[in-house]
Design a protein around this ligand. Structure first.
Ligand code: COA
Length: 164
């Protein structure tokens, strides 16, 4: 799987992924964001150097989107704001692959990965639990956090010196 940063000028690609995944927005009780809303979100993300918005592709296919923030909520934390695999590509292990790759390429100093799950999104809760994430400090009914403490073996840093 390839994870490539998305620019605001490519908002139509992310909008297309959202249009392919209306069930997610049904679960949240919202409508699929408009192109303009997606564009504005990506512009805002570009101004935050801790935020990483990436398109996920497999072979020739654009299959999903990954949005994560470093050092949030605290130093050494990495929060997954959204992992979305478009409906036609779900249940093939792609979401798991994206999560595993993120654990491996998390920046040096990352100690925890947190995933925020909004609303009553049972499938997402099940997904993160299957990936070894545990429910943590519940921030009320609107959002639930799933957390995984990274072990050293799960972090592979290019150029990282191995000390014995
Ligand atoms: C959650 C999501 C990312 C999972 O991606 P995926 O590629 O379908 O997941 P995988 O194929 O890697 O599935 C891994 C495990 O997650 C669980 N899972 C995935 N989709 C599920 C679903 N719809 N219902 C219940 N469990 C689900 C399963 O346990 C699955 O393994 P199993 O089938 O062997 O039991 C995807 O369904 C999605 O994008 N949903 C919409 C957006 C969303 O809710 N994102 C999560 C909030 S950050």
């Amino acid at each position: 799987m390839r994870c490539v940063p998305i620019k605001a000028s490519e908002a139509s690609l992310l909008h297309g992924l959202y249009l392919l995944t209306p069930e997610y927005f049904d679960l949240l009780g919202t409508t699929v964001p408009s192109y303009q809303e997606v564009f504005e979100e990506l512009v805002a993300a570009e101004m935050d150097r801790r935020r990483h918005c990436e398109l996920l592709s497999e072979g020739q296919d654009l299959v999903g989107y990954l949005d994560w923030t470093t050092d949030y909520p605290g130093s050494g934390d990495l929060t997954v704001n959204l992992l979305l695999v478009a409906t036609p590509y779900q249940r093939r292990g792609l979401g798991s692959q994206a999560a595993r790759q993120l654990e491996e390429r998390a920046p040096a100093g990352t100690r925890r990965i947190l995933a925020s799950v909004y609303g009553s999104n049972g499938p997402a809760a099940h997904f993160w639990e299957r990936r070894g994430y545990r429910p943590s400090n519940d921030c009320g009914p609107a959002v639930r956090w799933y957390t995984k403490i990274l072990s050293e073996g799960e972090r592979i840093h290019v150029g990282h010196q191995i000390r014995r």
